[in-house]
Write a protein that binds this ligand. Sequence first.
Ligand code: G1P
Length: 283
Amino acid sequence: MKAVITAAGQGTRFLPVTRAVPKEMLPLVAMPLVHYAVAEAVASGIGEIIFVTAPGRHAIEDYFDPNLTLERLLEKRGERKLLEEMRAISKMADFHYVRQTAPRGLGHAVLTAREMVGDEPFAVILPDDIIDNDTPALKQMLAVHRKYGASVVAVEKIVPADSVKYGVISAEAVSSRTYRVKGLVEKPSPEKAPSSLGVVGRYILTPEIFEELARTKPGKISEIQLTDALHRLLGRQPIYALEFSGIRYDTGTPLGMLKASVALAMKNPEMAAELKRYLKDLF
Ligand code: G1P
């Protein structure tokens, strides 16, 4: 299976840094968000990555390309461990890139990858949703996809006031944490939210989604919404939702990124003790 990683948004919730740096390249502890997204795909058994990027954004290609100048320098300095770590990055997966030439929304970004994906099920990862768990969220979703042979969206419980930030599903439970989706609506007001299950940025999609995306008119904020195309897809085939195990961080805002940074750094043996002392002193 291939994974599409979308990285063409303008990152308006993280201005001003995103004027110059794609939000997907912002560091969480020491690695950019895209590294976590690729690592999750690879740990889920996916070895082919398609990045959807925006014009002028070359940092992602640069990150995953081999860097011979850096490698020679590290070799000369005898930094073997770091050298191996750097070499491993460009070998994590096979990387392909497509450009979304106009900011027409997540649905349009996914549609841009149509030719590269081909006529087969594929995964979509939104890299600003970081999910921390021993078994990757995508791997948990692949098990549901294999069981039902259908598209699967990741969901988590949200508080009513947050419905305006998410795609929200209506659904009926089919087993523990697994739901059959009845409808999806993008960012409804709390009164209009059909449930408290919000969509998180992981999807396994059947290729029929491309036909629906091609027919989907701009929706919320005049963008082509993946949520709307999924709602249309329901008219043709079932869709499932998985309330995945794991902690999810929204790193698309400065505060969300800070929370994720502290939480992940506390799991890092080289940082945890000192960070804990520092935070204690601070408060
Ligand atoms: C996108 C989707 C939304 C989903 C969210 C998850 O919204 O459109 O349905 O719930 O990702 O992070 P965005 O956060 O890009 O506005």
